[in-house]
Design a protein around this ligand. Structure first.
Ligand SMILES: NC(=O)c1ccc[n+]([C@@H]2O[C@H](COP(=O)([O-])OP(=O)(O)OC[C@H]3O[C@@H](n4cnc5c(N)ncnc54)[C@H](OP(=O)(O)O)[C@@H]3O)[C@@H](O)[C@H]2O)c1
Length: 253
């Protein structure tokens, strides 16, 4: 019997990267999972690759109409759920001078407004004793050039999660956050990154991370699932999964 047998979960942004790794770990453990994404190619690949306990739904997390439809799909396919992973995200580099209103709105629309209203729509479907986990980023604690809008968008999500943890406590629902550092995903978290950009991020991550390597999607999935199912005395925290990047200072670094 798998460790997640009989469990039901929703993963937004579950078609690639750390979302997909979390979906796979849940399925391997015996859970039933509804996952979302937007890109048709990624949705199709997930439909082909994942088995009958996976429900793949196209849903733009920046759209309130899509979030409402997602709520109906979750109700119809799963009913009550044990775990909601609000993981869909978007980043684009731009300095203070470069950021346009469109990029600002898109960044907050996907990361912040999407996270908020997905939680609002799905909270009534989470059973007593269930859990939410959100994905933020180490960027919300660091002053990284070119990431002001993304950092602010994720910092808001961290604050939402703390308040939701308080508001959902009476229903026995825990709310926590994973905060990844440099993680090897198809985008490394940055939309539109070229192969050269990806190689440069990877090299930077291998250099600046105290563990001297970037992380894997499985490492983030394990942390998210720990917060969801094992951390029964933990709510309102943001757990860094970053090889020490935000917590450890090495002299001569
Ligand atoms: N990789 C890193 O180093 C890193 C570091 C810190 C934080 N993060 C955060 O970690 C999370 C996952 O990132 P990742 O690198 O694993 O994957 P990613 O390639 O950046 O994609 C994120 C996921 O979000 C989905 N998504 C994007 N826009 C969406 C929208 N409007 N509606 C619905 N889904 C949407 C994508 O689906 P489609 O492909 O189908 O559009 C994909 O499944 C994000 O929140 C990201 O900000 C990543």
């Amino acid at each position: 019997m798998g460790r997640y047998a009989g469990k039901k979960a929703v993963v937004t942004g579950g078609t690639t990267g750390m979302g997909l790794a979390t979906v796979k770990a849940l399925l391997e453990g015996g859970a039933e999972v509804l996952l979302t994404g937007l890109n048709e190619k990624n949705l199709e690949a997930a439909r082909r690759e994942l088995g009958p306990r996976a429900h793949v739904v196209r849903s733009d997390t920046a759209s309130l109409a899509d979030i409402d439809a997602l709520g109906r799909a979750v109700q119809e396919k799963l009913g009550e759920v044990d775990f909601v992973f609000i993981n869909a995200g978007f980043a684009r580099f731009g300095t203070l001078e470069q950021v346009t209103e469109a990029v600002y709105d898109q960044t907050f629309g996907i990361n912040t407004k999407g996270a908020f209203f997905t939680a609002q729509r799905l909270a009534p479907l989470v059973r007593k004793g269930g859990a939410f986990v959100f994905t933020t980023s180490v960027a919300d604690l660091m002053g990284s050039p070119g990431l002001s809008v993304y950092s602010g968008a994720k910092a808001a999500v961290r604050s939402f999660a703390q308040v939701f943890a308080a508001e959902l406590l009476p229903r026995g629902i825990r709310v926590n956050v994973v905060s990844p550092g440099f993680i090897k995903t198809p985008t490394m978290g940055v939309s539109g990154a070229s192969p050269e950009d990806l190689a440069a991020f990877e090299q930077e991550g291998n250099t600046v991370t105290p563990m001297k390597r970037i992380g894997t999607v499985e490492e983030v999935a394990r942390a998210a699932l720990f917060l969801a199912f094992e951390a029964t005395f933990t709510t309102g925290v943001e757990l860094p999964v970053d090889g020490g990047l935000t917590q450890v200072h090495l002299p001569n670094h």
